[in-house]
Design a binder for this molecule. Structure first.
Ligand code: GAR
Length: 192
């Protein structure tokens, strides 16, 4: 625990676009005694993202950014992150692709969670594709973000068994439950 007092705590911004259930799991994790992160900001490209409600509840700064012009949006975010001295970015259901330039600014400091066993099923609609292909397993992956979509170095994965009864909805639910455990674990793995 001592290792993370003072400057060793990672000031973190969480990027979301939707419900924010991974955000909630990360907030809870950040509030545990030995957490290596503090959550300083929630950033969303959607003003109606449900996860934004957590900002008020947990007294975290929120920042909604219109991504119509990505370069402008990213410039605003980078300036905000700099001012807030953020040194870790966690994408948690953030459905935008960040530019090479943005990633370069935070090289090795952006993590993402993806609902498949990468490198399989990069991109969108993973559960639909997995079910259609009659896979026996799927899962989730926490990885570093690099300039290629869902292709950065893998930090941790969790396998989930698919039964005959599963459909994209039930599979998504099963995997999401594992995501909530995996993301904090991956962060612990990096910083402990
Ligand atoms: C999660 O399943 C996450 O893995 C996925 O969106 C969901 C967000 O849920 N992310 C992606 O598909 C990224 N390409 P949440 O808002 O409840 O955390």
């Amino acid at each position: 625990m001592k290792k993370f007092v003072g400057k060793n705590i990672h000031k973190t911004a969480i990027f979301i676009s939707g419900k924010g259930t991974n955000l909630l799991s990360l907030i809870k994790f950040s509030n545990t005694k030995s957490s290596p992160i503090t959550i300083e900001a929630i950033i969303s490209d959607k003003s109606k993202a449900k996860g934004l409600n957590l900002a008020k509840k947990y007294n975290i700064k929120k920042f909604v950014i219109n991504f119509k012009k990505r370069s402008l949006a990213e410039r605003k975010i980078l300036s905000f992150l700099n001012k807030s001295q953020i040194n870790l970015v966690c994408l948690a259901g953030f459905m935008r692709i960040l530019s090479k330039n943005f990633i370069k600014n935070y090289k090795g400091k952006i993590l993402n969670i993806h609902p498949s066993l990468l490198p399989k099923y990069k991109g969108l609609n993973t559960h639909e594709r997995v079910i259609k292909n009659k896979e026996k397993y799927s899962g989730c992956t926490v990885h570093f973000v690099n300039s290629k979509l869902d292709s950065g170095k893998i930090i941790l994965q969790k396998k989930v068994k698919i039964t005959k009864k599963d459909n994209p909805k039930t599979l998504s639910k099963k995997i999401l439950k594992q995501e909530h455990i995996l993301y904090p674990r991956a962060i612990k793995k990096l910083f402990f």
